[in-house]
Design a protein around this ligand. Structure first.
Ligand SMILES: O=c1ccn([C@@H]2O[C@H](COP(=O)(O)OP(=O)(O)O[C@H]3O[C@H](CO)[C@@H](O)[C@H](O)[C@H]3O)[C@@H](O)[C@H]2O)c(=O)[nH]1
Length: 210
């Protein structure tokens, strides 16, 4: 399916404010509340930053992701398999209508995300609601992520294909054109950097913040 057709279908199926799960609904509710706040009081300035899939860690290896219990998200699961805390990765679904059958997401480096917040401060000089997508604008599949991690770190990631996870969409990525043209922000860090920094953090801190 072409990017353009997929984008159009998503807009039709998921117009703004329509959500498919309670987590998404909670995000939409907060956006609505802040939008209403700005309508009710002209003095407010609000930036709504829509994160896509932040991964990676601080390049020092001192600050990183340390989920409690079994990780729900892909990247911490991969890195915990790599460090020997989990036996294998289960890839949720292999028959999606994507290039390799696994879901595609827009992964960006957490340090780019942090820079996005700094860039957004400038828009708060003008009142009202300012909405920006923070992503790279490019979708990568679950297998792309596994293969990239293995290439960069040299550590094998055993995986099995499992059933689809309820609520997952086949593919989505950011339209990041507005944030670039209005704030001059662009996600610059490479996928290799995301993998290197994730692995530096995880291998230096196998048990997280102990
Ligand atoms: O053990 C796993 C975990 C995830 N996935 C797949 O990997 C992709 C990415 O999943 P995940 O890392 O959980 O991210 P999303 O579900 O796309 O997004 C959630 O996680 C993001 C990163 O924290 C948040 O930004 C989003 O708001 C939140 O919805 C999806 O296709 C999952 O099915 C697997 O195959 N196996």
């Amino acid at each position: 399916m072409s990017d353009c057709l997929y984008h159009l279908l998503c807009l039709l199926i998921y117009p703004r404010g329509k959500t498919s799960n309670p987590y998404g609904t909670s995000k939409a509710m907060v956006e609505q509340m802040l939008t209403d706040l700005c309508k009710s009081d002209d003095d407010w300035s609000v930036a709504l930053l829509r994160y896509f899939n932040p991964i990676g860690a601080h390049p020092s290896g001192l600050i990183g992701e340390d989920p409690k219990g079994i990780p729900n998200n892909l990247m911490p699961f991969i890195s915990q398999v790599a460090v020997g805390k989990r036996k294998e990765l289960s890839i949720f679904g292999s028959d999606y209508p994507t290039n390799d059958g696994t879901c595609e997401r827009d992964y960006l480096h957490v340090m780019d995300l942090a820079d996005g917040h700094l860039a957004a401060l400038s828009c708060l000089d003008s009142t009202g609601v300012h909405i920006f997508n923070l992503g790279t604008g490019k979708g990568l599949s679950v297998l792309d992520m596994v293969n990239s991690f293995v290439d960069v770190t040299g550590v094998e990631i055993p995986y099995v294909f499992a059933d689809r996870r309820e609520g997952d969409l086949p593919a989505f990525w950011a339209d990041a054109s507005k944030v670039e043209s209005e704030l001059g922000w662009k996600a610059n860090r490479t996928l290799d950097q995301m993998m290197e920094d994730t692995w530096r953090w995880q291998s230096n801190n196998p048990d997280g913040y102990m």
